[in-house]
Design a protein around this ligand. Structure first.
Ligand SMILES: [Zn+2]
Length: 366
């Protein structure tokens, strides 16, 4: 009898342990996407930098990147999978193949009272950030995507692409039918067009930093890092006691891959790693933040074919100038990180985040 009681007690304890592990949810989530950053990109960063932040993660997984009907995904379908938990067609932004809106992790986060933000080195209407705040069947409808910021209520938006917001009369490309700048100002956004002023913005206000007319300059040509921008975003978002979710994109890692330009590539990876470090430092102090780093796909079939033993110089080659189906890494640290172990489809990243945001959801959901 006593044995039986002990057995039941141990069983209860074990199930409590498992449940406790299952429901360990973070207050804040920082999701960093290195666009095109396949595993060899991560290897290049690690070999190049003894202090590479990738080595600091305690959980590593692998993501299978596909769109709904093609083996090779583009950034729109890749980011949609992460933002919604569902695959869609290439070029689609958080809509399914019948153009129905797909519910996003940002929409759930806002419903739960969390703040949301994006920081990118691309145009803020780019194919990777867009699925986090817009729904449309073409990534190329930039003016429409920009307009969708009006109702998406993000708290922080930082990147390039002012031309999609400014009308012709103000030096932009936008046709004159809707003044979205005015609409956004009336929603309470402070607008910033350069880094110095942005860094002086009040942490209590909603901010829109459009630091370039097109995308931001390459990392080697600007005075601030993606880490600096991430830090500004975190200062703003961290004012919400209920928490936040921030998406940071190292957008130009992919462009360097398309250009097969390894000098550009290494410098963009280094810039991205400043953001990863900023996120990890924030999480270490906060103790209630999950940091996830991943990619939407691999670009160029990049590999390291030679170099010195100390990696003073790396010989980097590409097999093509397009995306490939190479697996990408998922690096996680913080409450809920265990969910990101293993090998899974890209849309599972979104589903795991949904699960962490909402304790009424069951896991896994297929
Ligand atoms: Zn991409």
């Amino acid at each position: 009898m006593i044995r039986l009681i002990w057995f039941v007690l141990v069983l209860c304890f074990l199930s409590f342990e498992i449940n406790a592990q299952e429901i360990r949810r973070p207050k804040n989530i920082i999701l960093l996407i290195g666009d095109g950053m396949g595993l060899n990109y991560v290897a290049a960063n690690i070999l190049n930098d003894q202090n590479s932040p990738f080595k600091k993660f305690t959980t590593v997984g692998l993501s299978i990147t596909k769109s709904i009907d093609e083996l090779i995904t583009d950034s729109a379908a890749g980011a949609t999978a992460i933002a919604t938990g569902y695959r869609t067609k290439n070029r689609y932004i958080s809509v399914d193949t019948s153009y129905n809106k797909l519910y996003t992790i940002f929409e759930l986060a806002r419903k739960k009272g969390l703040s949301t933000g994006i920081v990118v080195t691309d145009d803020v209407t780019g194919a990777t950030p867009a699925p986090f705040f817009a729904h449309i069947n073409s990534r190329y409808e930039r003016f429409d995507i920009a307009k969708q910021f009006i109702n998406s209520n993000l708290d922080v938006v930082i990147g390039g692409g002012a031309k999609n917001f400014l009308q012709f009369s103000s030096g932009g490309n936008r046709p004159g039918e809707v003044n979205i700048m005015r609409a956004l100002v009336s929603k309470g956004y402070g607008f910033y067009y350069d880094f110095i002023n942005l860094s002086k913005s009040l942490s209590s206000e909603k901010i829109f930093g459009l630091l370039a007319k097109e995308s931001l300059p390459a990392a080697s040509k600007r005075e601030y890092t993606l880490g600096n921008l991430t830090s500004i975003a975190l200062n703003h978002l961290n004012t919400n006691e209920d928490g936040f979710i921030l998406m940071v994109e190292g957008s130009q890692i992919d462009w360097a891959g398309h250009d097969t330009n390894y000098v550009y590539l290494l410098s963009e990876l280094e810039d991205f790693s400043t953001a990863v470090n900023t996120a990890l430092e924030f999480a270490q102090k906060d103790k209630n933040t999950l940091v996830i780093v991943t990619a939407d796909h691999e670009t160029g079939g990049m590999t390291i074919t030679d170099g010195t033993y100390t990696a003073d110089s790396l010989k980097i080659e590409f097999v093509n100038t397009h995306h490939t189906a190479g697996l990408v890494g998922v690096f996680a640290a913080g409450p809920g990180e265990d969910l990101f172990k293993g090998i899974y489809d890209n849309y599972m990243i979104g589903r795991k985040i949904f699960f962490l945001l909402d304790d009424s959801l069951e896991y896994p959901f297929n």
